[in-house]
Design a protein. Structure first.
Length: 343
């Protein structure tokens, strides 16, 4: 929890508004109450007000000073519908369809974020990931100079502070792209490193992972892809305004363990010191993340969306109230100006 505790302290100094489209979910209610109680900012719950109140009453949760918004009765419904219609009319959507779409909590919450009526968005507790992601990607524009939306899972290995940044490891991409190409992987490097630097102030040391290390003669397309992505990422990194170190393709033990790197004669600023891990595909990243959190006793927070111009995160439908709260802290910290966050 060391990683999250640091961000919590920063967020208490610079509180933010986080909108939750799954406002009727009991875990979201618990996380929202803690978010408010810890003075981290204002949680905003989206859903049917009466049902939210009934669920809170059953759980003994005080909703005092927590805004509740029913999209169908909000004064923002029609302006949001018009905005959404204008952005999607070339895709064939009608005004009536736009209105019905914006009534959905995920779309309404995303438009609140797009219009700066919230500083961050945490979704997914009660919604299939694919549905929630579509609403986000249709309403929130990409960051400048980034073409690829992806995600980062942050592992908090509280008993293994020697790894990553104070036990915090950034894993990408564990939720969005099934099989990214080299250009997309290079974008993931930049987005993931930007997130790591923003939250910690430490130099991102990015490892593009593979089952081999620096294989000059490999004919395996999956290995070649990681090597090409490494070169592309290094080129993109030249325009960044923060320090970054990149190496690939390399094996996970070489990236994380100095002894393994030495035994395999791998030197450099990444060998055994990586804090950002880029996986070749969704299969490997998702499997690795779930195994680590279950077998190593670590916490996994996110998925934190990267590449977008606004802070947002998707939590698993199996997430606990603790997971949702911690993810909300990360999203809130994303919304803090870097100059304030790192002082």
């Amino acid at each position: 929890m060391r990683f999250i505790n640091k961000l919590t302290q920063q967020l208490q100094r610079h509180p933010k508004r986080i909108v939750f489209p799954d406002g009727m979910d009991h875990r979201v209610l618990q996380a929202a109450r803690q978010f408010a109680t810890k003075c981290l900012g204002a949680p905003i719950l989206i859903g049917e007000r009466q049902k939210i109140k009934e669920t809170a009453l059953q759980l003994g949760i005080n909703l005092d000073k927590i805004p509740l918004i029913n999209p169908e009765r909000s004064e923002e419904l029609e302006p949001f519908a018009e905005q959404y219609y204008q952005s999607r009319k070339e895709k064939g959507i009608t005004e009536a369809e736009a209105l019905e779409t914006v009534k959905k909590p995920n779309y309404f919450a995303s438009l609140m974020l797009a219009n700066s009526q919230a500083d961050g968005l945490v979704f997914g507790a009660g919604t299939p990931a694919s549905n929630a992601l579509v609403s986000l990607f249709r309403t929130i524009p990409m960051r400048e100079n980034v073409k690829t939306a992806s995600s980062v899972l942050i592992l908090d290995l509280e008993d293994k502070q020697e790894f990553g940044i104070d036990g915090g490891l950034f894993l990408s991409d564990c939720a969005v792209l099934p099989d990214p190409n080299a250009e997309q992987l290079a974008d993931m490097v930049i987005s993931s490193a930007s997130l790591a630097y923003h939250l910690t102030g430490e130099t991102p040391r990015v490892a593009l992972l593979s089952y081999s290390t620096h294989s000059e003669n490999s004919s395996d397309p999956s290995v070649t892809k990681m090597a090409v992505a490494t070169d592309l990422a290094r080129e993109k990194a030249k325009t960044l305004d923060f320090p970054i170190k990149i190496d690939g393709e390399i094996q996970a033990d070489v990236a994380l363990d100095k002894y393994a790197a030495k035994q395999k004669s791998v030197e450099g600023e990444i060998a055994g010191q990586a804090n950002v891990l880029i996986f070749p595909n969704l299969h490997s990243s998702n499997i690795a993340a779930k195994m680590v959190t279950l077998l190593a006793g670590g916490y996994g927070y996110g998925q934190i969306m990267t590449g977008l111009s606004k802070p947002a995160a998707q939590v698993s439908r199996g997430a606990s109230a603790h997971d949702i709260l911690a993810t909300s802290v990360i999203v809130g910290a994303q919304a803090i100006n870097r100059e304030f966050l790192l002082t």
